[in-house]
Design a protein around this ligand. Sequence first.
Ligand SMILES: Nc1ncnc2c1ncn2[C@@H]1O[C@H](COP(=O)(O)OP(=O)(O)OP(=O)(O)O)[C@@H](O)[C@H]1O
Length: 454
Amino acid sequence: MAFKCLFVFALADHDVKRQEEYVELKDVFAVKVKRRRSAGQQTGGTLLGITLFQCKKKGLKLKEHAIHLNNLSEDHCEIWFKSLKEILSGFKNRPKSLKVFVNPISHKKEAYQIYLDEVAPLFKLADIEADVTITKRKGHALSILKDCSLEEHDGVVCVGGDGSVAEVAHGLLLRAQMDAGRDTDSIFTPVQAALPLGIIPAGSTNVVACSVHGIRRGMTAALHIIMGHHQPVDVCSFSSMGRLLRFGFSAMFGFGGRTLALAERHRWMPPSQRREFALIKTLANLNRDGEDICEHGSWQTRQGLYLNISIMAIPCLCSTAPRGLAPNTRLNNGSMALIAVGNTSRSEFIKHLKRYNSTTNQFGFSFIETQTVKAVKLRPHSQGRCADDVSENEECNTKTMPIISSEGTYPWNIDADLLEVPSELLIRVHPQLLTLFGADMEEAEEAPVKCSCI
Ligand SMILES: Nc1ncnc2c1ncn2[C@@H]1O[C@H](COP(=O)(O)OP(=O)(O)OP(=O)(O)O)[C@@H](O)[C@H]1O
């Protein structure tokens, strides 16, 4: 639907010229009557015309752009305002009511401020009702999503980092299974989430937001929600002993799981410091886990010593891996990337890690195997493995250190969240199980490859 505007403007030499410009109404998300008011005046004021708010695209960024149409007639402005409002309210997928979860402790504790500064004013402009919960503890969003009435909402929004996004995505999907009467204590076929999920990135890595928006920007994320841009994504389910543990987007076992477990045990440290500490210490104590990996299809089996195993349903873009932790998968190609890093020397492993930051293929090593899979069963083997919190000077002795943690479980890093799993884990991909508010990254231009760390 194209909306034709005629602008008349005065040039510097006072020569008046006419110039025609077009605005497509599908790019407009709000309309307001414009009035001049004195300071403190809440109502009334001198009519100036109407203002259209357009969503403009520049590369991967979305920006708000105001177009003022001057008209001093109350009657004309009222007709225009009402007609435009009616057209805008007819656009499919644009939410009118949202359930919003804000994690106040994400990253530098700035999630609520990001919401207030960058998101809430745009929601207000677009006449979107937002029911905001500031989460009080881990699991708070999940417990609300299990019980609350979702009928009056058109979407759920999470303002936070990957841990928060994973919790809200899991909550939405779990709720859908409960509503559909699925038995999650069995290997079941899950149903899709009832509502789309919007992500306002406010964490430290934001891999889900970056994978679905291409960039980390509150305004872009908010405008994708307001405009109702839908992006279906594949989701994994993680089950052990026939029971669903959770839904998620990515999992790491071995180096990735152990680094997170160690970081979690040093929660008292500032976030970036504890991540760096855990990374260095796990590298220093680098050891190999014995694993069986069965891939789906004809269930191919691999058995051996591995340093790390990653299974990812989405590319997992972030600033430290601008092409993604799993550049060989897509948001909704119905499969997962399995990346198995076999036994090698510490220096070769570090070379592989460093390549995530560069444009060189991080998987171009003889000790790495990548596969495209629909399901994976991973069974860790009880053989020499170091505990991660050996003291700084203590040598790691694989003969005496316990294979599994004191709780008798193996640490998995599932969407940056630590999950202790007692035995074999079954990971299945479920095509397009969740809809996110975001760009179609297949159509979007490639994000520039920049690197900074490791
Ligand atoms: N009020 C709260 N106090 C403590 N933990 C909370 C609270 N609200 C939510 N959480 C939990 O905090 C965890 C981490 O949050 P989040 O992922 O948003 O931040 P982050 O760790 O800084 O970011 P990233 O995961 O991108 O590194 C989540 O698992 C979430 O469940």
